[in-house]
Design a protein around this ligand. Sequence first.
Ligand SMILES: [Zn+2]
Length: 261
Amino acid sequence: MLLCIRDKMAKILIIGAHPDDDEISAGLTALIALKEGHDVISVSMTQGSARNKQERLAEWELASARMGYTKNVIYDFPDTMLPQCHTDLIDKMRDLAHEYSPDHVYFHSNKDTHQDHKAVHDAASVAFRNGPSLYEMMAPSLQMSDFRPHIFYETTDILLPLRKAYALSAYKSQADIVSPQAGFMQMVTYGRWYRTKQHVRTIAESIDDDKLLHEIVSMNPFEIEPRNNDLHEVYKGIMALCPLGTIYAECFEPNHVVPRW
Ligand SMILES: [Zn+2]
């Protein structure tokens, strides 16, 4: 598929400003890549606000574990103040480039309205300008009218978007802004949008991981209220949100993409 560079597996870096950004903007893409056996390294440049750092760190660890990243990395740059750290951000990202030699790097868009996201964009554009393919991620803080995605990663395997929602539900302290259900429906929306594009082939897969599905249903990330605590009711509630054949997708704007597949 798209991420596979001929006969070698790809190394993918996803760089977000805050602990939840990677899952929000590229969680499905990461899961598709991981399932295909590629390495995915998730990076957060801050640990969230100083007020509840320990809580944010614990949530980030849990979300990363639920995602199953190859590796997760977190730095301690000051939340909301990344624009003041431009050269230090570049240095750290150069370290990442040196350590991991990624084939593909995903980071925030320059059309993002959050100052930390913009700062990550500016630093990553410099640090990774020689080599990997670069992709700009969508985020809720993006100016949608200006975003022109034409790279879509999509799947019909419900387990992957469910797993993204499951990972997002770890961010309890951010529950007012990070909604697992909104994240899930966002993937359905882009999946519909994807139907009008034909850049990526469909990966039609069946639900084959009963254990994980059971775990997700037990966690009930969408807080469906079952009668008699019946897990099958939760499963049916989730399936009602996404009938069979639904396409789930995330989209990206290419920054500097060398088509090597
Ligand atoms: Zn963020």
